[in-house]
Design a protein around this ligand. Structure first.
Ligand SMILES: *[C@@H]1O[C@H](CO)[C@@H](O)[C@H](O)[C@H]1NC(C)=O
Ligand SMILES: *[C@@H]1O[C@H](CO)[C@@H](O)[C@H](O)[C@H]1NC(C)=O
Ligand SMILES: *[C@@H]1O[C@H](CO)[C@@H](O)[C@H](O)[C@H]1NC(C)=O
Ligand SMILES: *[C@@H]1O[C@H](CO)[C@@H](O)[C@H](O)[C@H]1NC(C)=O
Ligand SMILES: *[C@@H]1O[C@H](CO)[C@@H](O)[C@H](O)[C@H]1NC(C)=O
Ligand SMILES: *[C@@H]1O[C@H](CO)[C@@H](O)[C@H](O)[C@H]1NC(C)=O
Length: 416
């Protein structure tokens, strides 16, 4: 019984640790304590801005009360327009009440999440904050003819210097944020990529109608694209041009996943991802892994980092990555990186290489095998089968562990 209690206590500690690790703050929870801000809070959730806010630090959320929100909603903007407007209310800097009243030289410009979406023209994504006579603080969109029509009302919650939540008197008027925003399914994928540093990849996609159609066909259901930056894809072009037509399509399709995943989801959902190139036995998958705030994508041959968000609006997300993802299905014989030697040569490989036995694994030895990065190339079908058996067994193993843990937790009151 002592042992059981210890197990349950340990499980509880692990759960608490995991949940507190995942997030520094929760904007939904902060605003929940303030019923007068409930509409604003509700729309942060509907527009999926809440998880984006939770994933950022050193920010200021300028909330407005339910009356101000109903003025905005009376114009019946689309949810995408509301998202643009609300993202203009998230400043990418920390402004507590004290700092707001003591701005150097009395005026400052703050970049916002609207600016960070890349859809704000010119300086439309900046907010002008100015100290006014009588202790007031004025707020206005920078491109709004210098009109500061909204003022500071109160501090809602300050967690220095992670997040400051303040209330301002009105929604910030902004012609560009209020303009009808296209639904992501009407977005021109290659256009977004070209405009934000991934033109070479976009051009390759445009010249491959098969791949481009696959991308577009997935827009409605949800799509996440990882596009290599121009320097990376340019360097890869000689190799790309060398591929067969179908391998080119597969390489391009390998850079997208048929589900929408925000950066917050990627951070909390590590593991194997199937891609648009996945087709039965041709796995074409990669592993998502995060190290703190940094999300990486790993194949056996590449470790790429997400460097930028080009768009993140359900059902479409496009992220820039710093390397071309090389699927092992196309590049197993590549000299770079060094093919695994019998010695533990993979010192620079971030994931531990393992020697995979040629024989099929059994469920019994699977749980001990926690590596997702097989070191030797799956040159033949037998290897691929062994891989499948292995991972299925791993999954089965962890299910059993989970079932036991749940059994302990829920069975305990009966036993005590
Ligand atoms: C601020 O954010 C950091 C990083 O996410 C976190 O470790 C820290 O606990 C947060 N501080 C507070 C006071 O919540
Ligand atoms: C944030 O808080 C809300 C309301 O309490 C909760 O529903 C949501 O799951 C929390 N989000 C995270 C990521 O913990
Ligand atoms: C404040 O104004 C002075 C003089 O105009 C200028 O040199 C300085 O850069 C300004 N500081 C900020 C933070 O804008
Ligand atoms: C903010 O707007 C005010 C009023 O139009 C203007 O005087 C001030 O220069 C602006 N501040 C900045 C930093 O642009
Ligand atoms: C998408 O934009 C590109 C230019 O970047 C253009 O050539 C193409 O015709 C556009 N596609 C659609 C479907 O509008
Ligand atoms: C292209 O393919 C040929 C034949 O397989 C090979 O010899 C050559 O090295 C390849 N070029 C590049 C740039 O990969």
């Amino acid at each position: 019984m002592q042992d059981l209690r210890a197990v349950v206590a340990a499980a509880a500690v692990v759960m608490v640790a995991v949940s507190s690790l995942s997030q520094a703050h929760n904007i939904t929870r902060i605003l929940e304590k303030h019923p007068e801000l409930s509409t604003f809070n509700h729309y942060l959730t509907l527009t999926h801005l809440a998880p984006e806010i939770n994933g950022k630090t050193t920010i200021t959320v300028c909330a407005v009360d339910n009356g101000a929100m109903s003025d905005l909603l009376a114009k019946h903007p689309s949810i995408y327009t509301i998202k643009n407007i609300l993202s203009l209310h998230v400043l990418l800097d920390y402004f507590g009440a004290k700092k707001l009243h003591q701005i150097t030289n009395g005026t400052a410009l703050a970049a916002t999440m609207y600016q960070a979406t890349g859809t704000a023209p010119g300086s439309a994504g900046f907010v002008n904050i100015t100290d006014l006579r009588g202790g007031k603080v004025g707020f206005g969109a920078e491109n709004n003819d210098g009109t500061l029509s909204s003022t500071f009302v109160k501090s809602v919650e300050e967690i220095p210097y992670n997040i400051s939540v303040i209330q301002i008197s009105k929604v910030l008027p902004s012609a560009s944020a209020e303009a009808p925003a296209p639904a992501p399914t009407q977005q021109n994928l290659t256009n977004i990529m070209s405009k934000h540093g991934c033109k070479v990849f976009a051009d390759s996609l445009s010249s491959s109608p098969d791949a481009l159609n696959t991308f577009n066909d997935n827009l409605d259901g949800g799509l996440t694209v990882f596009c290599p930056l121009d320097d990376a894809f340019k360097a890869f072009l000689p190799k790309f041009k060398n591929l067969t037509a179908s391998a080119k399509v597969a390489l391009l399709e390998f850079h997208a996943v048929p589900v929408y995943q925000s950066i917050a989801t990627l951070k909390s959902n590590n593991g194997l991802q199937n891609t648009l190139a996945t087709d039965g036995a041709n796995k074409f998958d990669f592993t998502v892994q995060n190290d703190g705030e940094q999300v990486t994508l790993k194949t056996r041959l590449t470790t790429a980092k997400i460097t930028d968000t080009l768009i993140d609006e359900q059902p479409l997300a496009i992220f820039a990555i710093n390397k071309v993802l090389l699927p092992k299905e196309l590049f197993k014989g590549q000299p770079h990186p060094p093919s695994p030697a019998p010695q533990p040569a993979a010192a620079d490989s971030p994931s531990p290489a393992k020697k995979k036995p040629k024989k099929k694994s059994t469920a019994a030895d699977a749980p001990a095998d926690d590596s997702d990065a097989p070191a030797d190339s799956p040159d033949n079908a037998a290897d691929v089968t062994a891989d499948d058996t292995n991972s299925a067994a791993r999954r089965y193993g962890s299910l059993l562990v989970a079932a036991f843990a749940l059994g302990f937790i829920f069975g305990l009151p009966l036993m005590l």
